[in-house]
Design a protein around this ligand. Structure first.
Ligand SMILES: *Cc1c(COP(=O)(O)O)cnc(C)c1O
Length: 396
C-alpha cells in the first residue's frame, strides 16, 4: 500500500518524460496531453528554453528569503504590471495562497474604511482553492462538507447574474469586494454571456460602492484564453488579480497583483511567504512570459482554440446528448447531458489525457504550444470518444 495520503482519485499511469504536448508512460506508450497539469504547462513539457533558464538559475541561486531584495522578483513584478496595467505584485506559491492574499487584502481594505466585519461576494460553482478561507469562497458544498466551521465574511450569489450582485449591494452594508473568475474553470468552463458585459457590470457596481473587483485568474491567466489575462477580452481593469497555475510552467509560483489604493493596502508585517517569489520560481515565470511573447503563443492559442471549438461543434455539437461546446482560447468545455467521468479512462486507453469537471463537462486545457497537427488529433480523438459514449448510452 502506498504511503501517499489518499486525497486524489488517481489514474493507474505514471509518466516518465514529455515533449511539447506529448507525454510518455513507463511502458513507453505516448499520450496527447489536453490537461497540461491542469492548465499549468503552457509551454508544454521539457521546453528547452525553460529547462535551460531553470538550470542556469539553480546553479546561481535557488532561494534567499524576502529579508533581502530579490532581483528576479522585481523583474517579474515589473513584467506582470506592464502586461496587466496594474501597479504592484506580491508573490506566493499557489492559487489558493494568491486568493488567500486577496481575501486578506479585501478585509484590510474594509477595516481601513471602518468596516468591522468586511464581507466578500463570491459565486455559486466558484473554485478558489483548498485552504479554509478559499474553501469557504469556493461554491462547492461537497468540497466543504466535513470542514465546518467555515470562515465567516462571505455571501454567495449565482454566477453571471448582475442583478443578484445589485440585490446584495442594496441589502448588505459590509461588502468590501467581489471575488470572481472571468470564466469558471472547475465550475465547468462557464463563459459569461457575454464576458465584457458581465465584467463591466461588476466594475460599475464595485465603483459605485467602493468595493474591490478581484479577479481570480489562476486558471484563465497567462495566455490560457488567448490574451495574457481573461479580463483583457474586455475594457475592464480589476483592482486585484490572482495568478498561479500557468505562471511558472510547473515551478510553483503564484501572484497577487493590485492597482491603485489596493496596491498599497499591505504594509510590512501584514502579509508574507517564506518561499514566495524566490529566484528560481521567478526565473521560471519570467522565462514563461518571455517565450509566450516571443513565440506569440497568445495569438496562437486564440486562433487554434477557436478552430478546435468550431471543429468540435461540427463533429459533436448537434448530437443528442451534447448540451454545448464552448470556450475561449485553449480553455474549452464540452457539456453533455449525462455524467461522463468514464470518458477520462477511455481517453487514456487511446493515448489521450482529458479531464471531466462538474460530472458532465469535458475540459480541454492543452499546452499553448499545441500544434495544428496535435489539435487535429485531439479533435478527432475527442469526437470519436463522445460519439461512442453517446451511442452506447443510447443503446443501454
Ligand atoms: C486551480 C485554481 C485555484 C487553486 O490553485 P492551487 O494552486 O491548487 O491552490 C484557484 N482558483 C482557480 C480559478 C483555479 O483554477
Amino acid at each position: 500500500m502506498s504511503h501517499v495520503m489518499n486525497t486524489y482519485g488517481r489514474l493507474p499511469v505514471t509518466f516518465t518524460h514529455g515533449a511539447g504536448a506529448w507525454l510518455w508512460d513507463t511502458d513507453g506508450k505516448r499520450y496527447l496531453d489536453a490537461v497540461a497539469g491542469v492548465a499549468v504547462n503552457g509551454l508544454g513539457h521539457a521546453h528547452p528554453r525553460l529547462v535551460q533558464a531553470i538550470a542556469e538559475q539553480a546553479a546561481k541561486l535557488i532561494h534567499v528569503s524576502n529579508l533581502y531584495r530579490v532581483a528576479e522578483q522585481e523583474a517579474l513584478a515589473d513584467r506582470l504590471c506592464a502586461l496587466s496595467g496594474l501597479d504592484a505584485a506580491f508573490f506566493c506559491n499557489s492559487g489558493a495562497e494568491a486568493n488567500e492574499g486577496a481575501i486578506k487584502l479585501a478585509r484590510l481594505h474594509g477595516h481601513n474604511k471602518g468596516i468591522a466585519e468586511p464581507t466578500i461576494i463570491v459565486m455559486e460553482r466558484a473554485f478558489h482553492g483548498r485552504t479554509m478561507a478559499t474553501l469557504t469562497a469556493t461554491g462547492n458544498p461537497k468540497a466543504q462538507a466535513g470542514f465546518e466551521p467555515l470562515v465567516p465574511g462571505f455571501v454567495r450569489v449565482p454566477y453571471d447574474d448582475l442583478d443578484a450582485v445589485r440585490r446584495v449591494a442594496a441589502a448588505h452594508p459590509n461588502i468590501v469586494a467581489v471575488l470572481v473568475e472571468p470564466i469558471q474553470g472547475e465550475g465547468g468552463i462557464r463563459v459569461p454571456a457575454p464576458l465584457p458585459h458581465y465584467l463591466q457590470g461588476l466594475r460599475e457596481i464595485c465603483d459605485a460602492h467602493g468595493w474591490l473587483l478581484m479577479l481570480d485568474e489562476v486558471q484563465t491567466g497567462i495566455g490560457r484564453t488567448g490574451r495574457w489575462f481573461g479580463f483583457q477580452h474586455t475594457p475592464v481593469l480589476p483592482d486585484v488579480l490572482t495568478l498561479a497555475k500557468g505562471l511558472g510552467s510547473g515551478v510553483p509560483v503564484g501572484a497577487l497583483v493590485a492597482r491603485g489604493a489596493a496596491a498599497t493596502t499591505f504594509t510590512p508585517g501584514k502579509h508574507g511567504s517564506t518561499f514566495g517569489g524566490n529566484p528560481l520560481a521567478c526565473t521560471a515565470a519570467l522565462t514563461t512570459l518571455q517565450v509566450m511573447a516571443e513565440d506569440d503563443l497568445l495569438g496562437h492559442a486564440l486562433k487554434l482554440g477557436a478552430w478546435i471549438v468550431e471543429a468540435l461543434r461540427e463533429r459533436v455539437g448537434g448530437l443528442p446528448g451534447v448540451v454545448q461546446v464552448r470556450g475561449l482560447g485553449l480553455m474549452i468545455g464540452i457539456e453533455l447531458e449525462r455524467p461522463c467521468g468514464d470518458l477520462v479512462k477511455a481517453a487514456l486507453a487511446r493515448g489521450m489525457l482529458i479531464n471531466v469537471t462538474q460530472d458532465t463537462v469535458i475540459r480541454l486545457v492543452p499546452p499553448l504550444v499545441l500544434t495544428a497537427d496535435d489539435a487535429r488529433v485531439l479533435v478527432d480523438g475527442v469526437a470519436t470518444l463522445v460519439n461512442e459514449f453517446l451511442a452506447c448510452r443510447a443503446a443501454a
